[in-house]
Design a protein around this ligand. Structure first.
Ligand code: NAP
Ligand code: GFB
Length: 323
């Protein structure tokens, strides 16, 4: 990708967008523009086209989405489906109409077929090979359509529209809402309150499910690498790329609980509420395509260190965090 100057980041005020913003200061090859919903409501096509015309990006990192943890996905299926379908339709259409040279869109490993996750490690070729887990099917189908739309633009117009597929992401600037958040930010907030009130910590579910977590800071680095180096030029390439730590670094929710308790200095009881959902048991992602393309091994931030930095950031910024 040559002489690319302006990179528009949709979802620039979120968890991943904020991590990219922190990195963007050092990379003088690009002028990054970080957009939030205050800058433009991407569910409105005319507003999207006008805003993109004003920014005139050479490339777009498309992160904007209606996002949430297990319990929000189960509770708000219509919003998760309709908002994401609208945002994605509008963004790719606007990029097409304005001749944007490259678009990197963001999917998620929770959109893979649930049956596949039970038997084997999931890879890029399996994306549409069966229904996703029921708990997040609305979000999952909306994201699958983003992959389909990107592929259609590649096939019909030869556009360099690709998709990355991260696992569960965490870090500073996340959404720490007690009910809507993903497991790490939700538990960091719950531990903080339980410690203040001197009460036991209640974890939703059994603690047995397994997850691979990627630190937002690491993902930001990889998004810039994808911007520069991953192009779906080879017709055999699916145009999708899983970004994940190795399957061997998969950990249980109970281990996550332990790491957060450690980081925040919690010494009261921890109880598991088995009446609450566990969601998908596991979604072990195979990152061998990434490792093949990236060449040398990428140094992912160890989960203990990432959780400690997230807890410290949360405590320091408690008054202003999303919660
Ligand atoms: P996030 O923290 O919830 O941020 C969402 C971003 O999207 C915010 O900047 C928000 O702007 C923007 N946005 C939402 N609705 C919008 C609208 N109607 N118009 C314009 N902007 C809108 O999300 P994230 O965790 O950084 O996720 C980034 C991407 O990674 C998403 O595509 C998500 O699906 C994907 N992903 C996330 C995870 C995870 O574990 N978090 C895992 C896999 C994939 P405001 O700040 O103005 O609301
Ligand atoms: O992060 P999480 O909400 O997403 O939940 P998923 C992970 C696991 O943590 C589940 C357990 O097994 C929950 O039962 N858990 C325990 C908690 N305590 C809590 C808590 O206080 N809050 C939450 N949220 N979980 C999501 C998808 O699935 O993965 C999204 O629904 C998205 O669409 C995301 O893709 C990456 O990993 O289960």
């Amino acid at each position: 990708m040559h002489q690319c100057r302006t990179v528009l980041v949709t979802g620039g005020s979120g968890l991943v967008g904020s991590a990219l913003r922190k990195l963007s200061g050092v990379d003088l090859k690009y002028r990054f523009v970080f957009a939030s919903s205050q800058d433009c409501d991407l569910t409105d096509f005319e507003a999207t086209l006008q805003y993109f015309r004003k920014i005139a990006p050479d490339a777009v990192i498309h992160l904007a989405a209606a996002v949430g943890g297990l319990f929000k996905n189960m509770r708000c299926k219509v919003d998760m489906f309709e908002t994401n379908v609208r945002i994605n339709m509008n963004v790719l259409r606007a990029c097409h109409e304005l001749g944007v040279a490259k678009v990197v869109s963001c999917l998620s490993t929770c959109i893979f077929p649930d049956d596949k996750t039970k038997m084997e490690h999931i890879n890029e070729t399996m994306l549409h090979a069966g229904p996703p887990h029921a708990s997040n099917d609305a979000y999952a189908y909306a994201k699958r359509m983003l992959e389909v739309q990107s592929r259609c633009y590649r096939e019909q117009y030869g556009h360099n529209f690709v998709c990355v597929i991260p696992t569960n992401i965490y870090g500073p600037h996340d959404n720490f809402h007690l009910n809507d958040a993903h497991v790490i930010p939700a538990l960091v907030h719950k531990f903080y309150l339980a410690k203040q009130q001197g009460v036991p910590l209640v974890v939703a579910g059994s603690g047995a499910p397994l997850r691979q977590f990627i630190y937002a800071h690491d993902l930001a680095h990889l998004l810039i690498w994808v911007l520069e180096h991953y192009n779906a030029t080879d017709s055999n390439d699916s145009g999708t790329l899983i970004l994940s730590v190795d399957p061997s670094h998969e950990i249980s929710i109970a281990q996550v609980v332990h790491h957060i308790a450690d980081a925040i200095g919690f010494d009261n009881d921890i109880v598991y509420d088995m009446t609450q959902a566990d969601g998908q048991f596991k979604k072990t992602a195979d990152n061998s395509k990434f490792k093949r393309l990236y060449g040398s091994s990428f140094a992912f931030t160890p989960i203990r260190q990432g959780i400690r930095e997230t807890v410290d950031w949360f405590v320091q910024n408690y008054d202003t965090v999303r919660k």
